[in-house]
Design a protein around this ligand. Structure first.
Ligand SMILES: Cc1ncc(COP(=O)(O)O)c(C=O)c1O
Length: 408
């Protein structure tokens, strides 16, 4: 605490209320227990570290949970997306429509196939894909639409599936944020086409690193199983009498038993993770909805398994907001820089005004299973103190100087 005299209710005082702490709350943190460790130890003891029975068991568990016919576990969410596109024969000359407001992994998966990403807008209320804008961007080269279920909230699957039926354009869902989320009564991943999940360290469940492609289409699933492991087909001995043949271009994108064992342990706690994260989002929403200057996402709770918590604040206040939260020991993030403005993807002609505006305003707050009630209070207090101070009359009117550099 500084020993400087502060005006009651002044910005200095607000800062001091948020006692500086060494422990900054991260925006995300995986829950890891003895169970995950035991699973990994069992794999060590089996001496079968690569793709094997744990991977098959993880695929079964995921398939049962989602009500999906085929689950193909792979090394990451990014390789899941890449393989899904490759299985649909997407390559040079093909266009894939994807929201610009996504992690660059979605886009790298497209460019890795040699295809062209066509960036589209998101809807301002939930930052999910804007289907009307997708329609405007369809050309005769469009082969896939890749919706991203942002923060875990499901995109408008009815509209997307209707569009797919009408145009013949495939849907490859980027459900990296949305493992365990539903669209109405149905789990994401049970709609039959290709849905890709991520199990990286910060996702709803983690395998350490991992991903999966989920589909109802048996022939695609069979192809994906070969593609993830160097195109090897063990059911077809080669002409030379070997144990396998190589039948297509493949990759080393499989999941290891070590990663699957972590994922299996996490599956057992999934419902606890989901309930706690829903409760935190609900609490944030209830308090933040009453505060000035914030704009909240339209959450579809309780169908959603929330991944991250993103809100919006006017662009010219965002850095002050983030600085204030930092001084209160609350970490923040920004998900994501629009991809159409990143050097490797920019073509200089894309105009995405909605995306460019919201990208200046979004802030990600801490959200993870192990947040204590005190942690949640700390986030709420930090946000509240910032917004309430901003809502006070201008400093000049109160004879106070230098509280905040400017107002809305
Ligand atoms: C929207 C989105 N898509 C794809 C991915 C890629 O998943 P992974 O990190 O497992 O490769 C991520 C990861 O953060 C993501 O957020």
């Amino acid at each position: 605490m500084s020993d400087k005299l502060t005006e009651p209710g002044s910005w200095d005082e607000v800062q001091e209320v948020c006692v500086l702490t060494e422990r900054v709350l991260p925006i995300s943190r995986p829950y890891l227990s003895e169970d995950e460790l035991r699973g990994v130890r069992d794999v060590f003891e089996s001496h079968w570290l690569g793709q094997g029975s744990e991977v098959a068991a993880f695929e079964d568990a995921v398939g049962r949970y989602l009500g999906a016919k085929h689950v193909v576990a792979v090394s990451t969410g990014t390789t899941a997306l890449q393989l899904a596109l490759l299985a649909l024969d997407i390559g040079p000359g093909d266009e894939v429509i994807v929201p610009s407001l996504t992690f660059c992994a979605s886009v790298q998966a497209i460019t890795a196939c040699g295809a062209t990403p066509v960036f589209c807008e998101v809807a301002p209320n939930d930052l999910n894909i804007d289907v009307a804008d997708v329609k405007r961007r369809i050309t005769k080269r469009t082969k896939v639409i890749m919706p991203v279920h942002y923060c875990g909230n499901a995109c408008d699957m009815d509209a997307l599936l209707a569009l797919s039926k009408e145009t013949g354009i495939a849907i490859v869902e980027d459900a990296a944020h949305a493992f365990g989320s539903r669209y109405g009564e149905r789990m994401l991943g049970s709609f039959g086409q290709l849905t890709c999940f991520s199990f990286d360290p910060i996702k709803n469940i983690t395998c350490g690193e991992g991903g999966a492609i989920v589909t109802d289409r048996a022939e695609i699933a069979a192809q994906l199983r070969k593609m993830r492991f160097l195109g090897i087909d063990r059911n077809r001995p080669s002409g030379s009498g070997g144990e396998y043949d190589v039948v297509l271009q493949g990759y080393r994108f499989h999941m290891s038993n070590i990663n699957a064992a972590i994922g299996l342990a996490q599956m057992k706690r999934l419902e606890d993770f989901r309930r706690r994260k829903i409760a935190i989002v609900d609490r944030y929403n209830t308090v933040f909805a009453r505060l000035p200057y914030l704009s909240l996402l339209a959450w579809t709770l309780p169908e959603t398994f929330p991944f991250t918590y993103v809100l919006r604040i006017a662009a010219d206040r965002r850095e002050a907001f983030r600085d204030h939260l930092k001084s209160c020991g609350v970490g923040t993030g920004m998900h994501y820089p629009p991809n159409h403005l990143l050097s490797y993807f920019a073509n200089g002609t894309d105009r995405l005004p909605v995306t460019e505006k919201v990208a200046q305003e979004i802030v990600t707050l801490p959200l993870y299973y192990e947040m204590s009630d005190e942690d949640i209070d700390r986030v709420i207090e930090a946000v509240r103190s910032f917004c309430e101070e901003m809502a006070r009359p201008l400093p000049e009117a109160r004879g106070i100087t230098a509280i905040l550099p400017g107002r809305y």
